[in-house]
Design a protein around this ligand. Structure first.
Ligand SMILES: [Ca+2]
Ligand SMILES: [Ca+2]
Ligand SMILES: [Ca+2]
Ligand SMILES: [Ca+2]
Length: 458
């Protein structure tokens, strides 16, 4: 016969003996009040084989139970919440005679608890002794609004504020809801005293924007800083316990948000959605985790030199393209940038008359995001300029430009300025010049300047 069987029979016999000799009521125990932050003494005996205590935690906190007993048998400690859910179960099988102290630290939600201490499988040789239970309760104030365990019950995460959260034996998931009214860069700083915690950001369609495991060595603080560029919308930040169900404690979340202040009109993700880009106007654009592409349209009424002037803070790489409405590709290349060192990309293309698209795209993955400044220039908008022939006998420099344009003449080290008339004619009086002298004329409208040089001929 196995030892267990022998012991089982011995227990059964013991139980029968108790039942036959003791009134039933005394074998059951009604809960006694377990005052917090103090020590109570109890005693188990053949008559009183178990003791149940109750206590109420006014708020979430840390509870340390020290059980000091010399009961020489299998001593059970069972902590349950008011829903009869077992929070902690421990069995000490003692054969030694010395007193043993057991210390249990638990993170718990507010509520009423029941702590049962009993000798479950008593043997004939049980030595009944006193025990002491010492409780140490430290309330932990958090910003948790429980339940917050799914998207429907998620609690609002306030940007710019620090949020303290708490995991207990009863709570291993907190969901925070984050509403962004404008596009920009979200920074989340996460600190945790727990060993292994997952943080995950999801959009309202439950697509994962990021997911990180934050681990910490015992007694140290786990840290994670995440930055992500996002479009306006509702997001959910899940904080979840990792592998171990007893990995409980406090975490802290801090969020900051920097609006992109971009001027584009989303969606602008395909030629049909793109809007006309104003020439010679700097406009700020933004690529984000959920917007990897921006398109801008421009039309040129005649063959022109078009300059793409892009300054990008996007690390590391975007692909820029220029193509015509009929799909002909004029530019396609990667451009590298960074927040610290925004890169200016300048490219002038000679394009035939027509409709074109400028496209900027996070080509690989979805984490090369950020702001950029775009200017598109086209020389068809610059003022026309002609200069009439100047000879050694000429006493004026004249020509034609855009009506009302500001015209500047550079002769030697001097410059002269005037406005073209309503027909675009301009004229500067000069003294007779030697052959070969250079005269520079520049003319300016709201888009920029056109410059031409004429040489004095014989
Ligand atoms: Ca919580
Ligand atoms: Ca929760
Ligand atoms: Ca965009
Ligand atoms: Ca876009």
């Amino acid at each position: 016969m196995s030892k267990i069987w022998k012991k089982g029979i011995a227990s059964l016999l013991g139980m029968l003996l108790i039942l036959s000799t003791m009134p039933l009521a005394s074998a059951e125990s009604s809960p006694k009040l377990l005052p917090l932050n103090t020590t109570v003494t109890g005693e188990l005996s053949q008559i009183q084989t178990e003791e149940t205590y109750t206590f109420t935690l006014p708020q979430t906190g840390k509870l340390t139970l020290s059980i000091d007993s010399a009961v020489q048998d299998e001593l059970y400690v069972n902590l349950k919440d008011s829903n009869e859910q077992s929070i902690f179960l421990d069995m000490e099988n003692r054969i030694e005679t010395e007193r043993k102290k057991k210390e249990i630290t638990l993170h718990l939600e507010a509520g009423t608890y029941y702590l049962k201490v009993n000798v479950y499988d008593k043997a004939w040789n049980t030595v009944w002794k006193k025990f002491n239970i010492t409780t140490e309760y430290t309330p932990v104030a958090t910003d948790d609004a429980e339940p917050n365990n799914d998207t429907l019950t998620a609690q609002e995460l306030m940007i710019g504020k620090s949020t303290k959260g708490f995991f207990s034996r009863q709570d291993s998931k907190d969901v925070h809801e984050l509403r962004l009214n404008e596009p920009g860069r979200l920074h989340i700083s996460f600190l945790s005293e727990m060993d292994d915690i997952n943080i995950r950001l999801m959009d309202s369609n439950e697509t994962i924007a990021f997911e990180h495991q934050v681990t910490a060595l015992k007694g140290q603080i786990g840290k994670k800083d995440v930055e992500i560029d996002l479009e306006p919308g509702t997001y959910f930040l899940y904080i979840e316990q990792g592998m171990f169900w007893d990995d409980t404690g406090v975490y802290q979340l801090e969020t900051t948000f920097n609006p992109a202040n971009n001027q584009e009109a989303e969606p602008n993700n395909s030629p049909s959605q793109s809007v006309k880009f104003p020439f010679y106007t700097k406009q700020k654009g933004f690529l984000s985790w959920n917007d990897p592409i921006d398109l801008y349209r421009f039309d040129i009424p005649k063959s022109s030199q078009v300059t793409i002037d892009l300054t990008t803070s996007i690390a590391e790489e975007v692909r820029v393209r220029v193509y015509s409405a009929d799909g002909e590709l004029y530019l396609s290349q990667p451009v590298y940038g960074s927040v610290k060192d925004p890169h200016q990309f300048l490219k002038t293309l000679l394009l035939p008359k027509g409709t074109y698209y400028f496209q900027i795209e996070d080509y690989f993955g979805n984490d090369d995001t950020g702001v950029y400044d775009l200017i598109i220039k086209s020389n068809h908008l610059l003022p026309v300029l002609s200069i009439n022939k100047v000879t050694t006998r000429s006493t004026k420099v004249s020509g034609k430009t855009e009506k009302g344009a500001t015209v500047t003449m550079m002769l030697g080290k001097k410059s002269y300025k005037r406005k073209a008339d309503s027909k675009g004619n301009y004229s500067f009086a000069i003294s007779k010049q030697k052959a070969g002298t250079s005269i520079k004329i520049s003319t300016k409208n709201k888009y920029g300047s056109s410059v031409k040089t004429v040489k004095v001929s014989r």
